[in-house]
Design a protein around this ligand. Sequence first.
Ligand SMILES: NC(=O)c1ccc[n+]([C@@H]2O[C@H](COP(=O)([O-])OP(=O)(O)OC[C@H]3O[C@@H](n4cnc5c(N)ncnc54)[C@H](OP(=O)(O)O)[C@@H]3O)[C@@H](O)[C@H]2O)c1
Length: 295
Amino acid sequence: MERRRLGRTGLRVSVLGFGGSEIGYESASQATVDRLLGSALDAGLNVVDTAECYEKSEELIGAALGARRSQCLIFTKCGHAGGWSRADWRATPLLASIERSLQRLRTDHVDLIQLHSCGLDVLKRGECIRALQTARDRGLARFIGYSGDGAAARYAVECGAFDTLQTSVNVAEQEPLMLTLPLAIEREMGVIAKRPIANAVIAQRSARGGYGSEYWRRLQKLDYEFMKGRDAIATALRFTLSVPGVHTAIVGTARPGRFEENARHLEAGKLPATDMKAIRARWSEVADRSWTGQT
Ligand SMILES: NC(=O)c1ccc[n+]([C@@H]2O[C@H](COP(=O)([O-])OP(=O)(O)OC[C@H]3O[C@@H](n4cnc5c(N)ncnc54)[C@H](OP(=O)(O)O)[C@@H]3O)[C@@H](O)[C@H]2O)c1
């Protein structure tokens, strides 16, 4: 599997990473996650992304990696240790959350700790950024990042404090191509594409509950030509990984074998420039100002 340099961190990341929210929210069993991650590592995966609030995701990953911890890079997030609706951006709870993540992940450090989508005002106050810097100084994390979208993501890139940006980039989410990615390239930041296949709503031909509904609404209007073909998911994934500045795409899954399936989709390499141009042109024609970053 192709690896790319994650900006100025210098880490070499597999272009296809693992998104750890589904295994938590879908209550995957330990045996399922063992099989899923074991075979993905064998197939070249080296990026595992999770978060403090994805139910049991961190514990499942920690137990599944076991002795193979050193074969991959672990990225996690902080800010919602008490659950998604109970954010806390003060330094003490953030540092406690990071310590808890290390225990759950069975490791003495993570490779990347990310602020989990705090708003612009919180970022500007700076306490949460200083907390991450403290975690890095203490050796709890090698690098620090921001995960989120829109104006807060733009500020995270501008402020110069973060090594990486994790943001939604996909065929139904092209705002970052103008808003954050050009500056992230200039600043040599690592870029992690979240929701890289737009929650697979193209494959399901419907919104997945409430979560993917905005993307489904947009895609019905975008009505890309490629959506009619059998390779729609492959094209969507190749689009994301062909966007300048993107280093890795963390596809979420709770299904063993998906990583290998998606890796095969990438064997064809980047999307041809004409296809990229067509998808970009259609977005420019159809997208309106309300089509902003979905967190
Ligand atoms: N605020 C934040 O920081 C934030 C927000 C959102 C996401 N994230 C991170 O980004 C990761 C990815 O985002 P996401 O999971 O929301 O969206 P996604 O990766 O775009 O889509 C995941 C969905 O796609 C399905 N899927 C995967 N490969 C497929 C294929 N080849 N064909 C058909 N369906 C396929 C998965 O179902 P199966 O289980 O059936 O494979 C899953 O339901 C998350 O896991 C999380 O780590 C972070």
